[in-house]
Design a protein around this ligand. Structure first.
Ligand code: SF4
Ligand code: SF4
Length: 449
């Protein structure tokens, strides 16, 4: 059964209403960022196995050329995002884990064009499901909403799951982010083609585009493109965080819960983010590799915040230069303030999954002191999947990670950060949960070997 907010908009229970901070960038047309002198392309750009390099040091490559081939089905290939010379294949710091990861480093050619290598033209309507999946893998597309799950793997839905509906996720509920907002205004044709490809591959007969009601101009822009037969519709849902999480969006739009531990396809629904679909629609016809994406560059002390089309592998230092960062020190976040990860180094490159670079003035982002839990239950009221973050937090401090999972459903936590956001004691609950989940995963791996 659907739930409605005070204004009659479809919604989900719990969640939070953080300030949006989107005005700074949502009205700016997307601009292209010039090439940096050197681009660093980590091999691992998605969930799954990293691809295998097929280039050598000193080799000249063209923009769009395949430089690392997929290593099996659960792997995405990598393409050169600039023309130039392979300088190194080396270990570089990984912003998310702090470990080192292998990357291909390209020195940009002065003459590097903005156009990229194209393959032979293909119509998606003529291809079989397997051919569509293979083509999407060849493009090297990953989920651009942040999850970085290989787009082709998601298309390979289980045979016993009858998918009837594609949910197009245009919520973009995290503060500061406006990438999807701009894509929905500027890339409508690509977006609809991407939807067609996915609907054909999974057999979905219907699509619903879900948008938060803080982007009503998008609805007006898209409405004239909707097919007359009504098999694709668009709906505004309540603006509330984390409305863009798959479970929340499906519940808001359809009034159906995805059962714990199950994929959305188990209830006949597949969810794709608008940026992923638009990128698919753009790259598919000429089999082009994914080499760039729209990124919101926003936050403190920037003369030119906005949305930029950025080649994958561009270092943050280059982005700050073009967005005209005027401060001395800043905390850099890859992603939004709720689910983003801090980038410790200025030479950290943007990846396919990087949708936002958030610049926060260090003086305004100082950590507040942590106090003991006062049992106020605000975290329970905020958690959109009805976990008990307070109890989970206490267990984390006692390192009872197995109890967190076995009795308190830690696995269901999707790290939205609502609990940390509302906690008056400033307990970094979501960080505790991330650590606990990582340690549990490592424990399972050790038990398996
Ligand atoms: S981070 Fe996890 S526990 Fe906290 S509110 Fe989100 S889903 Fe619930
Ligand atoms: S919000 Fe913070 S202080 Fe309140 S119950 Fe949850 S953990 Fe405790």
């Amino acid at each position: 059964m659907n739930l409605f907010n005070f204004f009659g908009k479809k919604t989900f229970s719990h969640g939070i209403h953080p300030e949006g901070f989107k005005e700074e960038t949502h009205d700016h047309q997307t601009r292209r960022l010039p090439f940096a002198e050197q681009l660093t392309l980590p091999l691992s750009q998605s969930v799954g196995k990293p691809p295998i390099p097929i280039v050598h040091i000193g080799q000249q490559v063209q923009r769009g050329e395949l430089i690392a081939k997929a290593n099996g089905f659960m792997s995405v290939p990598l393409h050169a995002s600039v023309s130039g010379t392979i300088k190194k294949i080396d270990l570089v710091p990984n912003a998310a884990t702090g470990d080192k990861e292998k990357a291909i480093i390209i020195n940009t050619a002065l003459s590097s064009p903005q156009t990229s290598i194209q393959g032979t033209y293909q119509e998606f309507e003529q291809l079989s499901r397997d051919e569509l999946i293979q083509s999407v893998q060849d493009i090297g597309l990953v989920g651009l909403g942040g999850a970085a799950f290989p787009a082709h793997v998601k298309m390979n839905t289980p045979k016993d799951h009858h998918v009837h509906t594609l949910i197009v996720n245009g919520c973009e509920c995290e503060p500061f982010m406006t990438t999807d907002h701009r894509i929905m205004l500027e890339q409508i044709e690509y977006l609809f083609r991407g939807m067609g490809i996915i609907m054909k591959a999974v057999g979905a007969k219907k699509a619903i585009i879900g948008i938060e009601d803080n982007k009503l101009n998008v609805i007006e822009a898209i409405k004239p493109h909707l097919p007359k037969d009504g098999h694709i519709t668009i709906e505004a849902v309540a603006t509330k965080y984390p409305q863009g999480a798959g479970k929340m969006l499906v519940y808001s739009l359809m009034g159906i819960e995805i059962p714990s531990g199950h994929r959305s396809t188990s209830i006949g629904v597949i969810i794709y983010n608008v940026a992923t679909l638009a990128s698919l629609g753009e790259l598919f016809p000429y089999r082009q590799g994914m080499i760039e994406r729209v990124i919101t560059i926003t936050g403190d002390n920037l003369n030119k915040p906005g949305n930029y089309l950025v080649p994958i592998g561009t270092p943050l230092s280059h982005i700050l230069k073009y967005a005209e960062f005027t401060g001395n020190e800043a905390e850099l976040i890859l992603g939004g303030p709720m689910m983003g990860i801090p980038a410790g180094f200025l030479n950290t490159p943007v990846k396919k999954s990087t949708g936002t670079v958030l610049v926060l003035d260090k003086r305004s982002s100082k950590d507040s002191d942590i106090s003991p839990c006062i049992k106020c239950s605000m975290c329970l009221q905020a958690c959109p999947i009805n976990l008990n973050p307070s109890e989970l937090g206490l267990l984390a401090t006692k390192r009872k990670y197995d109890v967190m999972e076995d009795q308190y459903h830690l696995k269901d936590c999707f790290e939205c950060g609502c609990c940390s956001y509302v906690c008056p004691s400033n307990i970094p609950l979501v960080q505790y949960f991330r650590i606990a989940k990582t340690l549990n995963r490592e424990r399972y791996k050790q038990e398996e070997t």
